[in-house]
Design a protein around this ligand. Sequence first.
Ligand code: ADP
Ligand code: ADP
Ligand code: MG
Length: 480
Amino acid sequence: MKTRILVANRGEIAIRLIRAIQELGYEAIAVYETPDEMSSHIRIADEAVCLGPGPRSDYLNIDKIIRAAKKSGAAAIHPGYGFLAENPYFAKACEASGVIFIGPSSEIISNLGNKVIARKIMGDAKIPMVPGTANLSQGKEGIREALGFAEKYGYPVMLKATSGGGGRGIRRIESDKDMVEQIPVARAEALAAFNDDSVYLEKVVVNPKHVEVQILADSFGKTLHLGTRDCSIQRRNQKLVEIAPSMIQNKELLDNICETAVLAAKAANYLNAGTVEFLIDSDMNYYFMEINTRVQVEHTVTEMITGIDIVRNQINIAFGKPLSFGQEDVNIRGHAIEVRINAEDPKNNFMPEGGKKVSVYRSTGGFGVRLDGFVYQGYIIPEVYDSLLVKLTVHGFTWEETVGRLRRCLANFTISGPKTTIPFYQNIANERDFVNGDFDTSYIDTHPYIFHYEEDSSEASKLARFVAEIHYAKENPFAK
Ligand code: ADP
Ligand code: ADP
Ligand code: MG
């Protein structure tokens, strides 16, 4: 029987993983909750197991997923990102039941998933970091510690959930009064979201660039980096547009950051693919922020500029194989940009557009274009999951060519039914600072006019939509 790998995820990343598994000659086992039964990841997998009605709870159910793996004879589980990907109990349960977890060990996940422990490991290894506290004590004592830190470093400070992730659990604190009020609120939220009410403080890096380094580490002691990505274009600390490599015109600085990332990974005994995130201030000082112990949403930009399949390497590393190339084989070619096309209305606070039917889906294509998506014409977007529909990644030889390609692709990408972030990205792709490669994490707030666009309401577009809907109805007579 062929080696089988279970994919414990949904949406575009499930498809991305299934592709790598099948290209390696293995079989992919999909799992799904019933709200996802029309998802295309189920169709392309070699077998699919229904976990239950969910929503979300079954994708997060460690026992059910391990049982599905055992029953289908899977040798390994790939967790993707989100869901169980950074849950050390899941990695541990895999280890205990003899199924290979495609990622680092539960111990590494648990250390690095805790921002305070991760900072301790990095501090011991002399990795540069912004000043910060340990976990704040409970009650009045913690407030005293916090006010002391703010007095020493000055406002604003960042109040962060120690177990936070996905851009959540981060608050900027501007005053003593704010601090006293926000600590209990932050604790309660952290407890509800991450099952851990620990919080700590970091000095704020004002309008930083977010630069991260992709790492691959095998079990034979080889740790490589695949260069930098810039993910500064964020909203509420969540990434929207990612590019590779960083546009900072200082090769020595970027080389130093990459070397520091390798040292950070080694300090954590890192294994498999991971990302070391840094903040860079306006004086070009860089500071370690965290290590993500999983494949990132934006791994595609790195794959485009290096030609290295990160997911394929994750699987090989987990199966105990050595990395088949060295640092000298990692060559950066050109530039890549990824935009996360979400079913959201940017003008309405990025309100999710779930529940709507994709009445027209006409994707773009051509030279240097990559799509990682899972929706199709006629697909009804479940309301209960996140709103990422498709990632558009473009690659070009020069930055200018890459931006031109992004513009062209966004202009001939049509998704009707839900509102999407496409017109918003079109504005970014035409905005001067973006075109000059000059942006930091304040970009969205400092460029409010990127929200000014007309929904496509031209007669031609209405007609195209109408014709496409008739076609669809003819081909799918039983669809709603
Ligand atoms: P998460 O685990 O949620 O990804 P991170 O620690 O990676 O959290 O931070 C996410 C984002 O929040 C960063 O990319 C940055 O924009 C902002 N951020 C976090 N810490 C700081 C800080 N000390 N100063 C300025 N911005 C920060
Ligand atoms: P990346 O760093 O790969 O770009 P994001 O930070 O956007 O990814 O997170 C990827 C996905 O994982 C998102 O759907 C996010 O909501 C989810 N996620 C990340 N960390 C956590 C966490 N600790 N708890 C819950 N969801 C998380
Ligand atoms: Mg992060």
